[in-house]
Design a protein around this ligand. Sequence first.
Ligand SMILES: [Zn+2]
Length: 237
Amino acid sequence: MMRGVPILMYHAFGRPEERPSRFVLPARRFGMQMLVLRLLGFRVISLAEHIESLDLGSAARRTVVLTIDDGYLDNFELAYPILRRHGFRATIFLTSAKVGTVNDWDHGGELSGRPLLDWPLVQAMAKAGIDFGAHTRTHPTLSGLDDATLRAEIAGSRADLERELERPVELFSYPYGRVDERTVAAARDAGFRAAVMARLVDGSEEDRYRISRIEIGGDESLLRFIAAVAGWARNRP
Ligand SMILES: [Zn+2]
């Protein structure tokens, strides 16, 4: 039985002329989703606050967490104004060595070549209440790496973010959402307080390094969004 607070996972946001796809959610649709959360009386808290309440054993009702992977420039241009309008918190997971460049890891995929946030924008958003977590340095498939490279990717991304943000970085997101024992151990050893995956796993609320998320596809209907969030919330004890 799953329990806890729904943690939503987003990637990129699209302008009106861009076709919706799995990883590109039209900004207008994101705006509708946030409006719906507000109208349904959901409280949007940060992932850090959520981890805090898990540690205290005080899971809040009707609460949602927003997370965004990869750190695309559109997060600032399109999603951030919407988040600000509602006063909603969100955590953006950055691929630290790629900040200020483009996605060069999604070979031939729909996100290939997409511009990423640069450090000045990241710093400005951080000052305005957006949280940032680490998502490795170069977005590799972690399970294929030797120990030293694995450590450099995970601990290195934390060091990069802490240097640029001048504050502790405690949250990690596994690229491609994939985890195994070694990657979980590496995330823990790097000093992260919690790490999120891309899918739902039973019992994951017991493990701070295997936290489940709900992927919100860019081509999903508003009705499916409501069903996913409300359905998850209804199953809470
Ligand atoms: Zn990613």
